[in-house]
Design a protein around this ligand. Sequence first.
Ligand code: M6R
Length: 612
Amino acid sequence: MCGVVGYIGSKQAAPILIDGLKRLEYRGYDSAGIAVVCGGKIVSDKEVGRLVNLEKLLEANPLEGVCGIGHTRWATHGVPSRANSHPHFSSDGTISVVHNGIIENYSELRDELMAQGHTFLSETDTEVIPHLIEQALADGAMSPAEALRLTLKKLRGAYALGVLFRDEPQSVYCARLGSPLIIGLGENENFIASDVPAIINRISRAIYLNDGEMAVLKADGVEVCTIDGQPVVPEVKEITFEAEAAEHSGFETFMLKEIHEQPRILRALLTKHVSAEGTIQPPAGLSENYFRKLNRIMIVSCGTAYHAGMYGKLLIENLTGIAVETDLASEFRYRDPKIDPGTLIIPVSQSGETADTLASIRMAKEWGCKIFAICNVEGSSVVRESDSVFFTDCGPEIGVASTKAYTAQQMAFALLALCIATARGDLTPEQLKSYLDDLQEIPDAVHYVIQQKDDIRKIGEKHHDGPSSLYIGRRFNYPTALEGALKNKEISYQHAEGYAAGEMKHGPIALINESLPVICICTKTADEVYEKMLSNVKEVEARSGRIIAVATEGDTELCKLSDDVIYVPEVRDEFSPMVNVAALQLLAYYAARARGTDIDKPRNLAKSVTVE
Ligand code: M6R
């Protein structure tokens, strides 16, 4: 959840590290620090709070040197404070470390080191690492690389590390286990980063370090080996997205920019996956024959990706004869789900680094299951550990609140469901064509909703002030209600609950009064769900609830019952969640703006949850 950067080259390291940290700040933002090798010692600055505080320190007191490491923190062990901020140091100040991940056995390591005379200045798990390296050198390790290797073998848990040695001022060391780390390759300069956006403006080629590997970077080369010292010939990948993908591009926030990117991303996914003849190829590694024999799917994911999974379940169940379950990865990994090897596991993850989702994949692999991931980040752990991947191709999602990744995950499920249904003969070619024609309308419909943003803003501003809000929907739009509530609570800090509208009478209706905004997702559907939703809206009206309806254009019923209505274009029921959620993303966005929160970096959150 923290961000790590490092630089070795001929330029001043500090401004490069700060620029990289700015681009990584979405990964954690309660404190930051850098260290640079300079004039025979390692010098460092750290500050609590946002990166701008550290920048001010450095403006007053610049750190000079061409080799350095930096870190932006999301606290796990110890409060945000200067002492707990990274980089951490060995007792003699000659070794400096930045770390993303958790060292699970740090307490026992710390006790051992203290018994050997080491003194600790922070409450963090990380601080044991420079002390262990120092001890390994004192015990006779022949080189920094060897001392680092010996240290890594003692660590239990997860790490992406950047390490500086005072006595090797032209090198940055790094290592990875369970937390992402990439090595960016430049011209006579090299970088480390926990995520591509940190250095996307500086490189076009990168090495994705594998678990259990370490590397030493010099200005003119990179050597990779395993932590057992076996040399590795790394695969160098071209970075395919442009630097602009990680910029604001004129939008006031990344979240607003990412909401606006959705129509383009959805269109591109359709172009990539639907052939000119109107067919959808099974994802690489899966086949029509495999789908014909498949009888159970288990979808595992967290947060917004879990809501996408709920939508996927409804759609695949609806279109095929396959039994589909979905679960929160954090629950799945601790239950006994009676999975047989024939079950297809679908992890869904924007970042590809979510700890619980990864743990679920690993469990399912032990059971012999095939893993088909829906993921946004190439080279991520989810991608590496899965048999087959559908890339959501969103480019970097920087806003902590997931938006474009969600609709792209929904699109992935729509395409997958149609592909499976066709392979199994559950859909005729004519039916497939009809579905695909309707799916092709979705990007424009989402665009249309985004065009209504001024009207949605007024509604968001009008209803933003209360302590709570309720979101209700049914069937395909039950996950939409959950996702709308999640968006609202995470960026506006207003308590929000999402409910299946049919559950109203079983409890939540007691909440209704004239001050509670109830967001009712009630777009027109071809089946009985619309009528049922309408009854639920009437129940809210009868109790003087404040109704904000998401309704289909031309609907004449809902405006009679509602305080405010957001109109969306009519689309096929099955695909309406992609359109409706765009309205709820904007509603949450403008409510948060009215409440004055930091929308891209909401309190207590980080973009990628790499710890359990
Ligand atoms: O990277 P992932 O998709 O695996 O992340 C899962 C959740 O942490 C994520 O969706 C989270 O709920 C977002 N902040 C929601 O906006």
